[in-house]
Write a protein that binds this ligand. Structure first.
Ligand SMILES: CC(C)(COP(=O)(O)OP(=O)(O)OC[C@H]1O[C@@H](n2cnc3c(N)ncnc32)[C@H](O)[C@@H]1OP(=O)(O)O)[C@@H](O)C(=O)NCCC(=O)NCCS
Length: 214
């Protein structure tokens, strides 16, 4: 099968908004230290295997594939989105990796805007075979910590939102454990898998902002 290699456009990099180092999070155990880092070409096989094994769950709650898109094509697009996000400062798309190198899933900040408010949209998914071990919660906590840490180590954001289908109880629980709060009465419709799907909206803010608004 043909593989597609994508080069990082180093000339377009914007170091000021780009994390200089991987994001490390509290270990479950030493072996399970979870690190968030960009997707890389060497992840191709593991990424495609996770997506294959998790396809039913992903299609139900967070479809990744475009119509007719193969796992390999999805990988190429995912890799390019990670590169573009860092190059433009408009996204921070990371993979969770255990201490032994096992790829866990994706933890993404998209639509980073730096107008009057500095904010982003988050989403995440985890290998269905690794579910129920607290890994999504660890990854989302790390993502938020990175989002709210001051520049240049973090992204200096003031608000992160995420949209979750009401019936996605596991993701809702992950969001709440990581510090998101449901926006009562607010919903949005996302175009997923060729249909519009109602989602509830959750918001997280840095601890200092949360304390001021309490
Ligand atoms: C949602 C998802 C990320 C959870 O990953 P995970 O690693 O299993 O999550 P965690 O183990 O950190 O936490 C799951 C929590 O949900 C709970 N949970 C799982 N299934 C549940 C259910 N059907 N009803 C209620 N709670 C449920 C678990 O008990 C756990 O909570 P606890 O620690 O209080 O016991 C994963 O299932 C996934 O990738 N799903 C498909 C993609 C998706 O939905 N992404 C989110 C879109 S925003």
């Amino acid at each position: 099968m043909a593989t597609h290699r994508i080069q990082t456009p180093a000339s377009k990099a914007t170091p000021r908004l780009t994390p200089a180092r991987p994001v490390a999070v509290d270990p479950l155990t030493t072996k399970e230290l979870l690190t968030l880092r960009p997707l890389q070409e060497s992840d191709r096989d593991a990424f495609c295997e996770i997506v294959r094994a998790s396809r039913d769950l992903l299609d139900r709650f967070s479809p990744l594939h475009r119509p007719g898109e193969s796992d390999e094509e999805l990988f190429d697009r995912y890799l390019q989105m990670a590169i573009d996000g860092d190059a433009t400062g408009k996204a921070c798309r990371r993979m969770g990796v255990l201490g032994d190198g096992t790829l866990v899933g994706a933890f993404n900040l998209n639509e980073i805007t730096r107008g009057l408010t500095w904010e982003a949209d988050a989403n995440w998914w985890v290998d269905a075979r690794l579910g129920g071990r607290g890994l999504a919660t660890l990854g989302v906590r790390a993502l938020l910590r990175h989002a709210f840490d001051d520049l240049p180590a973090g992204l200096g954001l003031q608000r992160v939102t995420c949209s979750i289908m009401p019936e996605n109880a596991a993701s809702r629980r992950v969001a709440e454990k990581a510090g998101f709060r449901l926006q009562e009465g607010v919903c949005t419709h996302l175009h997923l898998g060729q249909r519009w799907v109602r989602h509830e909206v959750f918001v997280a803010a840095p601890p200092a902002v949360q304390a001021r608004s309490a």
